[in-house]
Design a protein around this ligand. Structure first.
Ligand code: GDP
Ligand code: MG
Length: 319
């Protein structure tokens, strides 16, 4: 792809979808596209939502999207949750709402498939965020299940991370993964229409009290419900804005983004280097032969590794 299609800059969802697919499937020209998009990124506010499967994340995203649209801002949603498609809960009329968003030019929803994500889910998700950011949305919302390390890694790109908990359902603080509690900037106690909400709010606050001396930002705990017209949704968005202002005032917003760009660059180096080595390893030839010798214990792995690195560097100089 020599140029970014004009349709992308004109706001055509079809073009946005096409570029995300290109990134997701690691098609040729992907790096070039990301390079061209980069100068246009950095404007969108990135909101992460994580929690157990069934906590109501997709429903909550849906509610938050509606609230954002009321403010005439645009939003891109990336759902990284293969187990639960966006807007799964039919009884809430989610399908109807999905259609409502589908007709809306200001909302773009994308589910990330796990297939074809060569460089890992976290990497492709970050790249998809960039594409949406360059597209010009005001918000990018990432929904992910907080189960594994890679899902938690995704959250490191969020400016504000909302951890979604639900009353009952065994979602007690003790049973939560340690990592997921620590990344929370805000707690949403979702399904607050259910019994046990007050207890859970107390529990979370108690936990926060114990950490209070070494955290600067105390995550607010906000009850939300997606039933009927929703409850606490405007308050949740308000809490997000307060956190956003906090980051700005403390200079943390730009600091985090600077750090992120730096580590992103190193990630790209790492990835490209791995690709180079992988190509060399997969090609029949000297690396293959050398590895055979290592297997026969004729050469030690350390000496072999040095040779391989030198060969790749030599190859690089030739191009
Ligand atoms: N009672 C109640 N149920 C909800 C609420 N939000 C979502 N649900 C239901 O919880 C289930 C899981 O919702 P979903 O949004 O798919 O959760 P996810 O797996 O975290 O994305 C569905 O049956 C929803 O209808 C809520 O606020 N109150
Ligand atoms: Mg979901």
């Amino acid at each position: 792809m020599a140029e970014i299609p004009q349709g992308f800059w004109d706001g055509e969802h079809r073009m946005l979808a096409r570029l995300i697919s290109l990134v997701e499937d690691s098609l040729p020209g992907k790096e070039d596209v990301l390079r061209k998009l980069h100068p246009h990124t950095g404007q969108a506010y990135i909101l992460g939502l994580t929690g157990s499967p069934g906590a109501g994340k997709s429903s909550l995203v849906d509610s938050v999207v509606r609230e954002i649209r009321k403010r005439n801002q645009t939003v891109g949603v990336i759902a990284v949750d293969p187990s639960s498609p966006f807007s799964g809960g039919a009884f809430l009329g989610d399908r109807i709402r999905m259609n409502e968003h589908a007709m809306d030019d200001g909302v773009f929803v994308r589910s990330m498939a796990t297939r074809g994500s060569l460089g890992g889910l976290a990497k492709t998700t970050k790249e998809a965020v960039k594409v949406m950011d360059a597209f010009g949305v005001d918000w990018v919302i990432i929904e992910t299940v907080g189960v594994g390390q890679s899902e938690l890694d995704i959250m490191y790109i969020a400016d504000t991370t909302v951890v979604v908990l639900t009353p009952g359902a065994g979602d007690s603080i003790q049973s939560m993964k340690a990592g997921i509690m620590e990344i929370a900037d805000i707690f949403a106690i979702n399904k607050c229409d259910m019994p046990g909400t007050d207890t859970l709010i107390l529990e979370v606050n108690l936990m926060l009290d114990m950490q209070d001396d070494h955290i600067k930002w105390r995550p607010p705990v906000k009850p939300t419900s997606n039933l009927n017209k929703g409850e606490g949704i405007a308050e949740l968005l308000e809490a997000i804005e307060v956190h956003r202002n906090y980051l700005n005032e403390k200079g943390l917003f730009s600091e985090r983004r600077r750090e992120r760009t730096k580590s992103e660059t190193l990630d790209i180096v790492n990835h490209q280097w791995q690709e180079l080595v992988r190509e060399e390893v997969e090609r029949p030839g000297r690396v293959h032969d050398l590895l055979e010798k290592v297997a026969e214990r004729e050469v030690d792995p350390y000496t072999a590794s040095e040779s391989i690195i030198n060969w790749v560097i030599e190859d690089l100089k030739k191009v």
